[in-house]
Design a binder for this molecule. Structure first.
Ligand SMILES: Cc1cc2nc3c(=O)[nH]c(=O)nc-3n(C[C@H](O)[C@H](O)[C@H](O)COP(=O)(O)O)c2cc1C
Length: 228
């Protein structure tokens, strides 16, 4: 890990794996229960590369209308080996992380997501954001849709990559955007599309999934009953 003016070079991503695309596609499912183990910086690097990696020239791992690449990925790091806690922005050029703050923003993100405990418990949360400006200027009333579609491309690549790495993740779209933006300190004109908590899975994952959902329903019920 190299620190230079608040930037951290990520490990080079792998370009081959033993799992087939077909296996990753059929393995992908929303997973909400994660062990307490940290993620490695290599795993995080691979996920960010899947979402927004540069492939040489101007090409990236996802398509982009007009090749404006409006998608930006942030990382809320709570437990990542070799990476201090904090909020980072992924810089595709050079495959680096730029530190935004050393404060751990994961709890704030979970609160913005109405207390979804899988966000709170995750060792890492990837946040898929978009900057509408250039795409809207060029494509006008189609521009916002295009950026939204591109967020989906990034999220799907990350989901499949997580499945291939045997990690759990899901796309969380249910959150208060104003609160999420405040947790991320991002400009008002940017959009937050998805929070993607990521963590290691259990051997008895199905059982743990049932437990975490049950815990969450109990919290919801308590919150709901409180106001009745
Ligand atoms: C746009 C979108 C928003 C979603 N938001 C949430 C969410 O806020 N919380 C959550 O637990 N799951 C969320 N999900 C995950 C869905 O619940 C999940 O994809 C669906 O139940 C199908 O299950 P699968 O992903 O395992 O195939 C979202 C999925 C999408 C596509």
């Amino acid at each position: 890990m190299k620190f230079k003016s608040g930037e951290i070079k990520l490990p080079n991503p792998k370009l081959k794996s033993k799992i087939s695309l077909e296996e990753a596609i059929t393995k992908r499912k929303s997973l909400r229960a994660y062990t307490k183990s940290p993620l490695s910086l290599k795993e995080v690097s691979q996920l960010l590369f899947a979402g927004q990696g540069l492939l040489g020239g101007d090409r990236r791992t996802i398509p982009s209308a007009g090749a404006f690449y409006p998608i930006e990925i942030y990382l809320s790091a709570a437990r990542i080996t070799d990476l201090p806690q904090g909020l980072y922005q992924h810089l595709p050029d050079g495959h680096k992380l730029k530190k935004i703050t050393s404060a751990n923003r994961t709890a704030k993100l979970a609160a913005a997501a109405f207390g979804q405990i899988w966000v709170k418990n995750a060792p890492a949360v990837l946040i898929i954001c978009g900057d509408f400006e250039k795409t809207v200027k060029k494509y006008q009333d189609k521009g916002e849709d295009f950026v939204t579609m591109e967020a989906g491309h990034a999220a799907q690549n990350i989901s499949l990559q997580a499945a291939a790495l045997n990690l759990g993740t899901l796309c969380v779209g249910g959150f208060n955007e104003k609160e999420a933006k405040s947790a991320l300190n991002i400009e008002k004109n940017k959009k937050v599309f998805y929070l993607m908590p990521v963590g290691k899975t259990f051997k008895n994952q199905d059982e743990k999934e049932a437990e975490v959902l049950n815990d969450f329903y109990q919290i919801l019920e308590k919150e709901f009953l409180k106001d009745l």
